[in-house]
Ligand binder design. Structure first.
Ligand SMILES: [Zn+2]
Length: 174
């Protein structure tokens, strides 16, 4: 791994996150701007028209970041779920290894996962920059094994998780 550059590539301030995939270091402000924009645009790219959403308050890091990014409305017809890029790449990998169909879809008429292309690491950096506590997810031994495998792929080929998720979408399993 290359050493982390210290300066934000946009404004030159001290960075809080380095994306191996984008090869960009970002300060607090620009990390927030980049993630907020990306997470919101997932809805637009999938043609959801709602502007307010029901959130799934499960106390996960995904829920915490969604609270920053979206406006809540208990009566909205669209519920936002908190599964992340890691969750979806795990289930796609599992499908290829065992044939077991993923339980979670990216979205439907009634729910959507706006973090499906955002990594746990990006979410954790965002929350840390807001002074929010993050907690490691609870995973089984098998998921841990698959996760280590995925982290290894990502290290050798940044963007590997995204490619896996795109493949899963293409063949219609997530
Ligand atoms: Zn910056």
């Amino acid at each position: 791994m290359q050493p982390e550059p210290k300066k934000c590539y946009i404004c030159g301030r001290e960075s809080v996150f380095y994306s191996e995939y984008l090869k960009q270091a970002l300060c607090k402000k620009h990390l927030e701007r980049m993630l907020t924009k990306r997470i919101r645009s997932t809805l637009i790219s999938k043609n959801y028209k709602q502007r307010k959403f029901r959130l799934s308050s499960d106390g996960s890091d995904g829920y915490k970041i969604e609270k920053f990014v979206f406006r809540e409305d208990a009566n909205s017809s669209l519920k936002l779920m908190n599964f992340t890029l890691e969750d979806f790449s795990l289930s796609v990998l599992d499908y290829f290894l065992t044939g077991s169909k993923p339980k979670q879809k990216i979205g439907s008429k009634t729910f959507f996962n706006p973090l499906y292309n955002t990594s746990d690491l990006e979410i954790a950096a965002f929350l840390a920059s807001k002074g929010e506590k993050t907690k490691p997810r609870k995973i089984t031994k098998r998921q841990k094994y698959l996760m280590d495998f995925i982290r290894d792929i990502e290290k050798r080929r940044p963007g590997g998780m995204l490619s896996m998720v795109k493949m899963g979408e293409k063949i219609g399993i997530i």
